[in-house]
Design a protein around this ligand. Structure first.
Ligand code: ARG
Length: 463
């Protein structure tokens, strides 16, 4: 294919250099955005008297036919083309002749690629947010179904205090809700139009780039042409948000991996999200959760790669920046795949409330409640804590739980102990009593579920 930029050079680059230079392998996925941008650009050129209405009509029809043929597959993407922008323009000119050669008036690939990428990522953000919302719904449904289940809560992976499983799950719903929020926040800054900034300095043509941006659904037009064509902070911001999202999914995965182990047995993943071993017939491996945990590193890598690419670039456009797309597309694709598999994995998981409760019965996770009981009766908390520690040590030595230790033994530690202590250290009561805002009590869990559902239903958070 003859190069559109043949001019000062003969365009006779080495095929190896052509291949090295080409981005069509990964930017052809922006063909819809590229054509949409070109349609609006032609319309703007006509509106400003730069193209005749007839030329614009020809361009609109030509671009529509290229789009239709790309959609249907009738027009294969030429793998030797330099990029999607060149490919579309060349194909258009092939189809409509000279009018095609006027399309690139008052435009550069530098503002064109910045435009296409913003349009493309804006759509990606919408898709990722919808997938995150579906996951939050799945998590919230499980939380609602198992809000009464009591399990040990951990700190340092040591049994700490009794929790409602619903409360534990809603922690992830909250994190994911913030992830959605971060993405929409990023979409706001991303939704500023770079089109019309041209190569770097703007244009001498009497264009209307504000109108052009509005037609493409942008909230504003960039105020500095060099900034608009040379920054990729919107990609970095998106990948930062995706990295945080992946970090949350990875922690969730880690817990699911633990919970589904024989050591815990708190959940059973459905067969649809479990794999077997090629040698050990008994194995049920949580591969999906492990892969999500593993792919988190990949998204962090995407982010770090582009950070590193961008860090030393002088203004304005540099070809280094072509490296942006593979990274940001990979981060989006990876996050989408993970979310897609995560939601049904959670929805179909069996929760073993019996095993959770059995685990909660050991480990003295109601010791804080025993200390609180004494403190409530007037013993200063610090000494109540100490006495409780001694009682726990005794129970551990005798192989008893706190519930099993007789009242007379309790009373040998403090006369403040009475029969009602057993009610106070009952595991369910321990959960019910934590009524502080955001605590694990049933009322608090209900409030969290209601809040999250409202956020999702209002679409407040759906961009
Ligand atoms: N394929 C290029 C990219 O992805 C398009 C921009 C090229 N601009 C240029 N002046 N060579 O960044």
């Amino acid at each position: 294919m003859e190069k559109l930029w043949t001019g000062v050079t003969a365009g006779k680059t080495d095929p190896l250099a052509d291949d090295f230079n080409s981005s069509i392998r990964f930017d052809s996925r922006m063909f819809r955005e590229d054509i949409r941008g070109s349609m609006v650009h032609a319309a703007m050129l006509e509106r400003c008297g730069i193209l005749t209405p007839e030329e614009n009509d020809v361009l609109q029809a030509g671009l529509a036919s290229v789009l239709a043929d790309l959609e249907s597959g009738a027009l294969p993407i030429d793998p030797t083309a330099e990029d999607i922008h060149m490919f579309v323009e060349q194909e258009l000119t092939k189809r409509v002749g000279d009018a095609g050669k006027k399309l690139h008036t008052a435009r550069s690939r530098n503002d064109q690629v910045a435009l296409d990428l913003r349009l493309c990522l804006r759509r990606e953000i919408g898709e990722i947010r919808a997938l995150a919302a579906a996951l939050i719904r799945a998590v919230t449904e499980q939380a609602e179904a198992h809000r009464e289940a009591v399990l040990p809560g951990y700190t340092h992976l040591q049994r700490a205090q009794p929790l409602s499983f619903g409360h534990h799950l809603m922690a992830y719903a909250m994190m994911l809700l913030r992830d959605m929020d971060r993405l929409s926040d990023c979409a706001v800054r991303m939704n500023v139009s770079p089109i019309g900034c041209c190569a770097l300095a703007g244009t001498t043509w009497p264009t209307d780039r504000v109108w052009e941006g509005e037609q493409l659904g942008f909230d504003a037009s960039a105020l500095n042409s060099m900034d608009a064509v040379s920054d990729r902070d919107f990609c970095l911001e998106l990948m930062s948000g995706l990295s945080i999202l992946m970090m949350h999914l990875s922690r969730f995965s880690e817990e699911i991996i633990l919970w589904s182990s024989w050591e815990f047995r708190f959940v059973e993943l459905s067969d649809a999200y479990t794999t077997g071993s090629s040698i050990m017939p008994q194995k049920r491996n949580p591969d999906m959760a492990e892969l999500v945990r593993g792919k988190t590193g990949r998204v962090y890598g995407d982010l770090m790669a582009l950070f590193t690419t961008m860090k030393g670039l002088p203004l304005a456009y540099n070809k280094d920046m072509q490296e942006d797309k593979e990274r940001v597309f990979d981060a989006c694709d990876t996050a989408k795949m993970c979310l897609r598999v995560f939601a049904p994995m959670i929805a179909s998981m069996t929760v073993r409330e019996d095993n959770m409760l059995a685990a909660a019965r050991t480990g003295f996770i109601n010791a804080t409640d025993l200390a609180d009981y004494l403190a409530g009766k007037g013993e200063p908390f610090r000494s109540a804590y100490k006495l409780t520690g001694q009682i726990v040590a005794r129970c551990a030595a005798e192989g008893l739980t706190l519930e099993e230790l007789p009242l007379n033994v309790y009373q040998s530690y403090s006369p403040l102990f009475e029969e009602d202590l057993y009610g106070e250290i009952d595991l369910r009561r321990c959960v019910e009593k934590r009524t502080s805002v955001g605590g694990t009590s049933p009322a608090s869990v209900e409030a969290q579920i209601k809040y999250v559902k409202e956020m999702l239903d209002d679409g407040k958070d759906i961009h």
